[in-house]
Design a protein around this ligand. Sequence first.
Ligand SMILES: [Fe+2]
Ligand SMILES: [Fe+2]
Length: 275
Amino acid sequence: MRLAFFGDVVGKSGRAALAAHLPRLRAELRLDFVVANAENAAGGFGITESVAQELFAAGCDALTLGNHAWDQREAITYIGREPRLLRPCNYPTLSDAPGRGAQMFDVAGRRVLVVNAMGRLFMDSLDCPFTAVDRELTACPLGAAADAIIVDLHAEATSEKQAMGHFLDGRASLVIGTHTHVPTADSRVLPGGTAFQTDAGMCGDYDSVIGMRKEISVRRFAVRLPGERHATADGAGCACGVFVETDPRSGLARRIAPIRVGVGLTETVPVLETA
Ligand SMILES: [Fe+2]
Ligand SMILES: [Fe+2]
């Protein structure tokens, strides 16, 4: 299968970049399934129903979240009605979090499992993401119950994300990091056959500080005094993510390549190898 995953969509710029480029990428790369992390899609903070619909219309098949999952109150009820929207699967059992952290999708007869989890280093600590993801993948093994498995680990620490990649190597098609909003240059297929990149980067305006207006961010860092509230940078954006080709039998990755298309970063778009 041919899969794409796009990192944190930030505000209008991120949504516009996906809407501008994803339909063409879907056709050019003959994508079977597309996931985007949408935790910052609504003005930088969380997700609303109308924003999610915009992303589905642009060509996303599933959306994942992260530490900003509940910034917009309506997400708490909306997620219960929208199986294509996932929040991290490792909320404490007692929290009774709405929605789901893993979902199986039927893609023309092939089964794609998407799992979202949140790391614990330098962020609000949920239950152990390794235990939580292990539970999901044990219930739904790659190559048997699923034709492809995509795991989004939303985490701050590169170490935690790489550890998850190795932990799941051979059991997932793709383990992808999100949250830092900067694409890392380490896309590779791990020895066991799992495609991995430490962070997918963001879809948004890169003339910013991780998608927020640079003047406000710089001032907050430099002056250390209360100032203007953070606001998203709304210039032209870049859609940033990865492309993965999987083996039809094993569900493991044959190839991973970065996607960066739009304004702000050096563009790169994979070329399909003709079979
Ligand atoms: Fe984010
Ligand atoms: Fe985040």
